[in-house]
Design a protein around this ligand. Structure first.
Ligand code: HEM
Length: 134
């Protein structure tokens, strides 16, 4: 947890008293419609640009699930590698859908440094690709 330093600090024209808990909410920055048009739509294509660089400069600045600066996540490269391998392996072998046992309320968002679902779980059903029921 990070707090404003002794004596407080002016930030972007606002005075933040000392000991105030401060953080940069990824939720807000990732949903700034000026830089992420239609932020609520699931649109991976927004990161696929003809130049192959993936998004505008501003999008890349605001994208910070691993945060930025001196305390940035040192496992970022490894995490991204693991995620790609794991996701590719899963979708190659299984069809995945949200479990019927999950309630909408469980999936509401709670701010928790990054975000977690309110129910603190996301139940998924996995069906081997050859045995999916439609
Ligand atoms: C999707 C996976 C991951 C996410 C979203 C994530 C995100 C984060 C975030 C937000 C921080 C806090 C940075 C800050 O305080 O500003 C952090 C710190 C850290 N992460 Fe990760 N992380 C992930 C995976 C990993 C992995 C796989 C490792 C190690 C192999 C790792 C090691 C660390 C360490 C050691 C810190 C503390 C860095 C410091 O305080 O100097 N993380 N991570």
């Amino acid at each position: 947890m990070r707090t404003a330093p002794p004596g407080g600090r002016m930030m972007e024209g606002y005075f933040v008293p000392e000991k105030t808990v401060v953080s940069v909410p990824s939720w807000t920055s990732h949903r700034n419609p000026t830089y992420f048009p239609n932020p609520e739509s699931f649109s991976p294509n927004r990161w696929i640009t003809p130049d192959g660089l993936g998004g505008t400069e501003r999008m890349k600045q605001l994208y910070m699930p691993f945060t930025k600066g001196p305390r940035t996540c040192i496992g970022q490269a490894m995490a991204l590698l693991e995620l790609r391998v794991m996701l590719a392996t899963l979708v190659f072998r299984y069809n995945v859908r949200l479990s019927k046992d999950i309630r909408e309320h469980d999936m509401e968002i709670t701010d928790h440094f990054l975000l977690i679902p309110k129910g603190e779980k996301c139940l998924l059903d996995f069906f081997p690709v050859s045995k999916i029921e439609v």
